[in-house]
Design a protein around this ligand. Structure first.
Ligand SMILES: C[S@@+](CC[C@H](N)C(=O)[O-])C[C@H]1O[C@@H](n2cnc3c(N)ncnc32)[C@H](O)[C@@H]1O
Length: 292
């Protein structure tokens, strides 16, 4: 079992409304929480995908239980067309994406996602071109500052980038990296000053926004009429992209063969009890859209 508590699980499955005979794509399989619930709620097929090899054990468990109704690909969700082609699936009745990092990734020091543990400066979810260490060495001070500003919304980005470049040889692991950042940012409240920069570099390593935009662009050709898309995101950059993209799809009245309508005017957020039970869910936002 991989330790990950699925966020907004009931809301996701209710909005997806799986039906018998339907085919669904879980692009961020993780510990398999969403996939399992979808398979429990109807006699349907789920194609799961994750870029992280570590989820293979959870995928194998589900394969044993659900046989042919569950298929898994170790791939990025932007490759969804090729994945479906491999299984001779033409169109989907629903897509779910849960864009956060899994707990088993965050809490494993050897993956280098967290400033709380000392580990290699990697931050790779899997199938990446560069590690965080490659990026801080290969990118210029200006490029680093831009990434930290854009993906981390960090106002001390220039100071941080300068300090990273100045101390490159001293940065051997996540702990060194976090300390170099902490020197540049005034601590306010309980948030660690390294939080925003770690988020920015992680987004860059995993090309997270590129991935998201790529699958959103494919939605019109991926879905059957009535097909639904449900996306859970964890920071404002992602939510903004999803909101804008969904709105554009719904406003595009010219394409008679791919009209969409919103399932959520405002995003759904976790209940107080969910946040209490799983504090990591507090920043989650769920948006849904349906192909008419
Ligand atoms: C928050 S977890 C998903 C948890 C899952 N919903 C569950 O119930 O267990 C996010 C997962 O998405 C994967 N992931 C992130 N970006 C991806 C991408 N572009 N393509 C494929 N998998 C991705 C990560 O490796 C991680 O395992």
């Amino acid at each position: 079992m991989l330790a990950h508590v699925p966020v907004l699980l009931d809301e996701v499955v209710e909005m997806l409304s799986p039906r018998n005979g339907g085919v669904y794509f879980d692009g961020t399989f993780g510990g398999g929480g969403y996939t399992r619930s979808i398979l429990e709620s109807a006699k349907c097929t789920v194609v799961g995908c994750d870029r992280d090899q570590r989820v293979l054990c959870a995928a194998n468990e589900l394969r044993e239980k659900y046989g042919n109704n569950f298929k898994f690909s170790h791939a990025k969700f932007s490759d969804v067309e090729q994945i479906l082609k491999n299984y001779a699936i033409a169109k989907l009745d629903g897509i779910v994406l849960d864009l956060g990092v899994s707990n088993f990734q965050l809490n494993d020091p050897s993956r280098g996602f967290s400033f709380r543990h000392s580990g290699p400066l990697s931050m790779e979810m899997g199938l990446c071109r560069k590690s965080a260490m490659d990026i801080i060495h290969e990118y210029s001070e200006q490029q680093l500052a831009d990434i930290i500003y854009e993906y981390g919304e960090e106002r001390f980005s220039r100071k941080i980038a300068k300090n990273i470049k100045k101390n490159l040889e001293k940065i051997k692991n996540t702990e060194d990296f976090a300390n170099i950042i902490r020197i540049c940012v005034k601590k306010t409240g309980r948030t660690d000053p390294a939080t925003k920069t770690f988020q920015a570099i992680r987004i860059c390593v995993n090309e997270e926004l590129v991935e998201l935009k790529a699958i959103l662009d494919l939605l019109p050709i991926l879905l059957n009429p009535g097909g639904r898309v449900v996306v859970v995101s964890f920071h404002s950059l992602e939510d903004r992209i999803i909101k804008t993209h969904f709105k554009q799809l719904c406003d595009d009245k010219n394409c008679a063969d791919h009209r969409f309508c919103l399932l959520t005017k405002k995003p759904l957020i976790p209940s107080r009890s969910e946040v209490l039970a799983n504090p990591k869910s507090r920043s989650a936002k769920l948006r849904g859209i349906c192909k008419v």
